[in-house]
Design a protein around this ligand. Sequence first.
Ligand code: CTP
Length: 415
Amino acid sequence: MLSGKRILLIIGGGIAAYKSLDLIRRLRAGGATVRCILTAGGGQFVTPLSVASLSGDKVYSELFDLMNEAEMGHIQLSRDADLLVVAPATADLMAKMAHGLCDDLATTALLATDKPVLIAPAMNVRMWGHAATQRNLATLRGDGVAVVGPNEGDMACGEYGPGRMAEPDEIVAAVISALSPPVKPLAGLRALVTSGPTHEPIDPVRYIANRSSGKQGFAIAAAAQAAGADVILVTGPVDLDDPAGVAVKHVESARDMLEQVEASLPVDIAIFAAAVADWRVANAGEQKLKKTAAGMPPLQLVENPDILATISKLSDKRPPLVIGFAAETEHLIDNARAKLARKGCDWIVANDVSPATGVMGGDRNTVHLLTRDGGAASTDIKVESWPVMGKEQVATELVARIASSLTGKTPEKTL
Ligand code: CTP
């Protein structure tokens, strides 16, 4: 798998550096050439002699090594590689990378490179959880840096939690993945995703809403984009950053959402993850409703348009694959089956949104995928129950299912 690949391994200053020795061995066993930069901190944990012996090459540490600099040492080092791996990536190294600082050979090589970079963070649990580190992580991800780990467990400092460097075999798997050309199974296809709650005005300052965070829909839009689709995300009000590379249309009410969805057609795939309000206030106030002696103003509710059902039942512009969600608090599968038939979509992703599950607003989801591949009239419904997973993983799995259903291709696993 790694035959002929050239890895530049940067060993930072953390106790996990001892695992990087095993990493060198495994990368070479897989056929890669490994050249190492040992930072000053890294040199406190492993010796240059061990690194040189295992890598079978000179170890690079000094930025101003005259002989090498005469040959443009640090530039060449970073360009000669197919992939730069930082393991362990300390909080300090991540901060410097995120801000473009370069005061030693490792950080200079990282700034000078035009090759992909993979980091394996390792640090104390509090340092990992610190807002500054999490900001730096987000910046690095945004810059296209791949990340493996950290894992949760006992730490050398006696604490417990996320911060342990990924194991060498996990890093090798991430290296293989980072070196594989990305598969874009949805390239050339247009996908539409709805997401978030809708806000239905009561008056100019009040509205009816629900607890949807929009996280699942945003994750699906990002996963579809990563799989090569042209993605339009129509979202109700949420507190999330727009996913990169996705055309986002922000709406408030169910009727706005329907209008934007219709304006986005035709598409090849439509995924309706929004928690659309079922009702709106028919007699919403033009001005702020005031308390009066007569008591609460009576609110008349009328049903909102059902966006999923409307699009599923289109005769001309119906997307070839229409996927709905079923948010249920009881009789999950039975209700989802009924919803699939009633709405006329092809697949339903059913999830239990009872408060005890923490799904609404949370980061994890337990879903069941109901599919009927024999057309909208088919009664042959298959139910697949997925294990509990993060919303991003649900999105990745769903996109993989879409890809294999539409194109027979599957995207590679993301890091
Ligand atoms: N949906 C929609 N427009 C609506 C209501 C729902 O597009 N006005 C979509 C949702 O995005 C989801 C699916 O329909 O994909 C099911 O939504 P859900 O809230 O679970 O069901 P409801 O249709 O609201 O039915 P009920 O309230 O009876 O559960």
